[in-house]
Design a protein around this ligand. Sequence first.
Ligand code: MN
Length: 383
Amino acid sequence: MVKIDRKKEDKEILNKYRNLLRACSDKTNKKDKKDIRAAFNLAVNAHKDMRRKSGEPYIYHPIAVAHIAAKEIGLGSTSIVCALLHDVVEDTDYEIEDIQRLFGSKVAKIIEGLTKISDVFNQDISLQAENFRKMLLTLSDDVRVILIKLADRLHNMRTLDSMPVDKKKKISSETLYLYAPLAHRLGLYPIKTELEDLGLKHTKLEEYKEISQKLINTKEDRTKYIRKFIRPIKSVLKEKEFSFEIKGRPKSIYSIKKKMIKQNLDFDNVFDKFAVRIIINTPLEREKSDCWRVYSFVTDFYKPNPDRLRDWVSTPKVNGYESLHTTVMGDDGKWVEVQIRSKRMDNIAEKGYAAHYRYKQKNEKSDDSLDAWINKLQEALEN
Ligand code: MN
């Protein structure tokens, strides 16, 4: 048993708290900070004698969930307060009425939703992804419940190592079948991808290791190929005075695995496919035409496969995703998927609608600026 150093832990708790404040400084005013402080104080106190399976102070977890909600999902102060308090009613002596009295009915409603979801899971029923989504909809009329639940799940997945094997497997399968599709539906792609990769790691470690090793082994060749592929595109974009950035798109381990199974291919054949992303810096009114201009430059050099053209610039996906995708024939007959999008579209793809609304309302500092996004997500969930 490691000796517990309370002083050091208290220092670490404060550190984490300060990091959290930094992560949301662009969208919190004085009043918000006061609320966050109050939620933090209550959570620290309520969880003070609890520890995680890893032996760490329990409070590390709600702080981390709040940090994910703020930084990785882009949520505002109400959600941060709720994330800090999310396990208080379930795991400590506090009742929902206390939360209501101290933080108001909006926060109390969200916490109540979060607690109900946990109750359902503790009953150990098995659910199909579709029923899960419907159940979530009936348990909460505020999509923030679901976003915080996703942040909670992501942190639990990131810290799964100290769990016993059977729990690891149960939590991971739930993540793969229920939470990752939910993140996908809500347009939270980086979170979806991470949930899937962690899910695979904890259910099929050998396969996970094999693919990640192969990714490492083939990295140099892939980088070389892509570098050569983008050279002519780069020079024409420079010539036309575009402000742009081109990235090789990393494929997730889980998506490679899925493709290998679905198309009955081995690793090398799946990885015959390359992907790059061209991100252009262009004003809102020129986005569409500039994306198509870039498309025409790309296809001047490489022959496109007409069946593989996807235009989510003219018609965005329900979850808000916008991008122009084409697959072209590169050297040596290899197919390369090219994604073309503006900086704003890229932000949406990375962070969901939060980024979109922040872009439109740059000076709006209150949580209300997120309302439009929240409504949009609610729609995405209900459809
Ligand atoms: Mn939790």
